[in-house]
Design a protein around this ligand. Sequence first.
Ligand code: NAG
Ligand code: NAG
Length: 797
Amino acid sequence: EGLRSITYSRRRQVLLFFSVLCLSSVLGQVSYSIPEEMAKGSLVGNIAQDLGLDVKRIQAGKARIHTGDSAEYIQLNKEKGLLIIKEKIDREALCGQTTPCALHFQIALENPIEIFPITVEITDINDNAPVFEKEERRFEISESAVIGSKFMLERAIDPDIARNGLQSYTLKPSDHFMLKLHSQSDGGKKVEMILQKPLDREKQEFASLLLTAIDGGEPQRSGTMQIHITVLDANDNAPVFTQNIYKANVKENAITGTLITKLSASDVDKGSNGEVSYVIGNSMSSISKLFLVTEDGHLILNGPIDYEKAKKYEIDIEAVDRGGLSDSSKVVIDVGDINDNSPIINMISSSNSIGEDSRPNTVVAAMSVNDPDSEENGKVRCVIDKNIPFIITPTSTNFYSIVTYSELDRERASEYNITVSCSDEGVPSLSSSVTLTLQISDVNDNAPVFERSSYEAYIVENNTPGLSIFTMKARDADWNQNARVSYILEDSSVNGVPVSSYVSVSADSGVIHAVRSFDYEQIKDFHFRVKAQDGGSPPLSSNVTVKILIQDQNDNPPQVLYPVQTGGSLVAEMVPRSADVGYLVTKVVAVDVDSGQNAWLSYKLQKATDRALFEVGLQNGEIRTIRQVTDKDAVKQRLTVIVEDNGQPSRSATVIVNVAVADSFPEVLSEFTDFTHDKEYNDNLTFYLVLALAVVSFLFITCLVVIISVKIYRWRQSRILYHSNLPVIPYYPPRYSDTLGTGTLQHVYNYEVCRTTDSRKSDCKFGRAGTLPFHNTFSAVLLSELNGPLLPSLLQS
Ligand SMILES: *[C@@H]1O[C@H](CO)[C@@H](O)[C@H](O)[C@H]1NC(C)=O
Ligand SMILES: *[C@@H]1O[C@H](CO)[C@@H](O)[C@H](O)[C@H]1NC(C)=O
């Protein structure tokens, strides 16, 4: 098809040139016009016909083409008289840009010589495309290049001329650049590429443009050049954080270096323009000290954080690229609480001491308790020891008071250590405690108490006045003044005399002193009350009974009751000469007002006219004969009997007993010549004797009746005991049992004697110790000495 079109085009050209030929043949000059690039052998023109020559002439004329020095592109076909292409003709090589382009040659004939100039014009065909010198061109353009920036491009070359020459350029794609052509003086065109839309490396870093140069031939030809544009980065993008706000949690007390969060900002720029570094933007230095952000965006903890100081941190973070562009973000860090604070106990006020009479619910101390931790970690409970009479009660939030719970008693506990323990509810729980020392002050609520419920003390009679008898002691459980005990003797009387004249009590020491010297024979015991009173206000007191027992001393010698010792008169016992051995001459009767051993008497014969005739009963004082009285024995016998008590030292009394050994009164009287009496005395004697006889008889009978009735009574008693099969217990009156354990004497004669020294009235009684066989002797004496002066003296005593 291509070939056919070429052929067609040549035919048109040929027709065109024929009209030219007709014109020039007239002038004798033949011109042809052929397009370049015709194939070898192609017809240029029928020269024979155009020159009007016969083919024979051409053959005969040896026609030839004369070209001078130029190459032979065209040859002559002599047989047909045609000009044909010998060498392919390239117009561009032949003429370059010169127009018109023609081959000038002559056809020379001989015989005759004829020369015909021939001109063959070579017309251009579009056989050359525009061509760039280089196939590609590289540009590096900063993305910051301003609109209108110009970039010079190479021109393309198209050797064809006129319409077949270079006509225009196109650039594709044309979104950023446009072309601008400047016509040059040489007819060429300067090509510029102008930036018409900003470049953005971040959108498109590389661009490939195709520059096409187009000619105007038919068909059109073009040449291209690749333009490679590399967009250079400019720092036109700031870093951008991935989040507006970063949230993070960190536990308080987390160790330094703990990663809190990872920050990230991106910068679409390239290279150093895209290198982001992070800084903490807070101007508050405390925050910038606490946290640290690394180059690569790790936010790490750089110091201790304390929930109790700050629960939340807001950190401004900046991301900066090398070009100085930045973005900011915020990190919100919630600090998590850890139970790291013990409760803090603050005593607001507390008493050092309270009275033991304080009522329940008395406030002892008030305090506040705080725990800076949060939630459960900050919930506090306070307790105190259960075993003390105090409780802790909350008064309002975080306030507590300690109040008394029950009665206090200083005497039971004078001091309390109240330990308040507060603990929070964290896990593990933390606690703290405070100890409060509370003194219980004294109130006089205890009376003095004597060590014993009653006191009994002994004092030996004849003491020196002022002697301390004993010390009593009362204790008071209270304290100090309330426990200072004074002893007070309470008023009472002993035998009608105020007790204060017997004893005194030392108020401070409780020593009881005898005020006077006591006489056992006068007073054997007495009692009184002593009050112990403390120094409180009002004072409390108690009292106790004190019994003082006076102990006997051997301060009284025995007293001989019989025989009566009269000053001048002479009394004698009569012993008949016929008396047998063991004849009871008389009985010495003595008493001792002391008691016990001190009154325990023994009798001894101290002196005797004839020691071999009489003896004295050691215990009973009976004087008996120990041999038969003989005629040789003197009528007048004189015995000295000593009576001793058993005291230490013992005291004694002596008595002289006169014994007359005779059968009749006259004999006695003659012997006792110094028995001289007044006549007057003898006159009255008869009357006295009769009176005495009557009295004695009455007494005797009375005694008999009493003794018999006692005997009968005892017999009956013993019968009753016998019949009731009970063991017969010998009856000892209470006093008899006091044998003082010596046991040497089976019979103790106890005379309970109340003596009055000067009174004539005798209080002496032979009381219940009625077994004294005194009445026998008594009657014997009465019988034997009716005429003697015995009776008055007996009555006297
Ligand atoms: C109270 O504590 C003090 C000091 O620790 C101690 O000396 C005292 O004996 C304690 N008192 C009581 C009643 O425990
Ligand atoms: C002595 O104490 C008793 C109780 O032990 C009391 O009843 C009595 O009134 C007190 N006497 C005096 C005088 O205080």
